[in-house]
Design a protein around this ligand. Structure first.
Ligand code: NCD
Length: 378
């Protein structure tokens, strides 16, 4: 996130009643911290119970990183290291006894100001498999309801000796604010407004790499309400950095013209290859991956769409459309799905769908990230 964007985002957060009243002056450099004494992944997750499902693989160490805020500051090597590390973690998840001591004595808080099923549960599972103590906090039922600001809530959590906060917040920039003002905890962004959802993008990349073997040169078509999707915004960065060809598709009103310079802004160099197309029948030609996004029902009243029926007719992922993609193309969806709107039920649960694999991959990818972030001595 640029300095200007961060200030705008922080301004939006801080202007919200109950959110606090400090100013953010500088963007957070989430990588500019020295490495904490982390052990190697193979040391930490130990050897498998039998040689047959052993994990004697050498997993590259990830570069030093204190926070995971978005993928725009990840290098290609770092993304690869996370995906390699997640592969080792996936092996742990296939064991009979899914428990390793890697994060014993570490404390992780999931701080969710928005609804979630898969993201929150998979962070909790990931932490618990690694033996961390995981505490879940939702804004409802907490002092947030008494008007406590985001920053004061987070400072309170830090004062309890927590190592990592996983935060989801309706305002873009909230995780950046915590990363800036908290000096003893690592922050992982589990979704901030319409801005970013980096762990979802990493699990999407992991799923594609596991299924297709590589990301480079793959055609990834992301279709639906791209404009409002933080998942898509992080996916765009991740897949483009890994050399995939990203095509965004949907009605003009739901494409992120801002992100790709359509409103006169500058396109970041890494995103120069990303394309947009309003015609799904054309965009899907030769696709390796078709990712449908949730049509956010609340926006139908706001003039973004001519009508729901029209949307279904032109942008639903159907068998007829999938037939135009490459043979063996993968169908993905970050969930939650509106079956029968952005994706037909038979496709959502059909042979090309890897939607459940995405959820499974989410645990392994979050283990890889928590292992790295919660294991640092901050
Ligand atoms: C999404 C989210 O919350 O950003 N879901 C997820 O985390 N897998 C997508 C959505 O809400 O449509």
């Amino acid at each position: 996130m640029s300095e200007e964007a961060l200030q705008l985002a922080a301004g939006a957060i801080l202007d919200t009643p109950g959110i606090g009243s400090v100013a953010v002056h500088k963007a957070v450099d989430s990588t500019a911290f020295s490495r904490g004494g982390a052990m190697s992944i193979t040391d930490a997750i130990g050897t498998a119970p039998t040689a047959a499902d052993g994990i004697d693989m050498e997993v590259p160490e990830m570069p030093s990183r204190r926070h995971v805020l978005d993928l725009d500051d990840f290098s290609q090597d770092e993304i690869s290291a996370v995906l390699d590390s997640a592969k080792g973690m996936a092996e742990v998840l296939r064991r009979d006894i899914k428990k390793v001591p890697a994060l014993r004595g570490r404390v992780i808080v999931t701080l969710f100001y928005e609804a979630s099923t898969r993201t929150r549960i998979s962070f909790e599972e990931a932490g618990k498999v690694l033996s961390a103590d995981v505490i879940n906090m939702a804004s409802s039922g907490s002092s947030v309801e008494k008007g406590e600001s985001l920053l004061n809530t987070a400072l309170t959590i830090q004062a309890m000796g927590v190592d990592t906060i996983v935060i989801r917040h309706p305002h873009a920039g909230a995780p950046y604010l915590l990363a800036r003002y908290l000096d003893r905890v690592g922050i992982i962004n589990a979704g901030d407004g319409m801005h970013a959802h980096p762990t979802q993008a990493l699990l999407d990349m992991f799923t594609v790499r596991e299924k297709l073997g590589s990301l480079e040169g793959r055609k990834i078509v992301i279709v639906g309400d791209v404009l409002h999707s933080r998942v898509a915004r992080s996916d765009i960065w991740g897949f483009a950095k890994m050399g995939a060809e990203v095509v965004l598709c949907g009605p003009n009103t739901l494409l992120p013209l801002d992100l790709l310079g359509g409103d006169g802004g500058r396109v970041p160099a890494e995103l120069a290859s990303v394309k947009m197309d309003t015609n799904l029948d054309r965009a899907i030609e030769g696709a390796d991956v078709v990712m449908a996004l949730r049509l956010q029902a609340e926006r139908q009243q706001s003039g973004f769409l001519p009508s729901l029926r029209e949307y279904i007719r032109r942008w639903q992922v159907t068998q007829a459309r999938l037939d135009r993609a490459k043979p063996g193309a993968l169908v993905m969806h970050p969930g939650p799905m509106n079956e029968g709107i952005e994706i037909s039920s038979s496709i959502a649960h059909g042979g090309s769908s890897v939607i459940e694999e995405q959820v499974t991959s989410g645990v392994a990818v979050r283990m890889a990230l928590l292992y790295q972030i919660a294991n640092r001595s901050n």
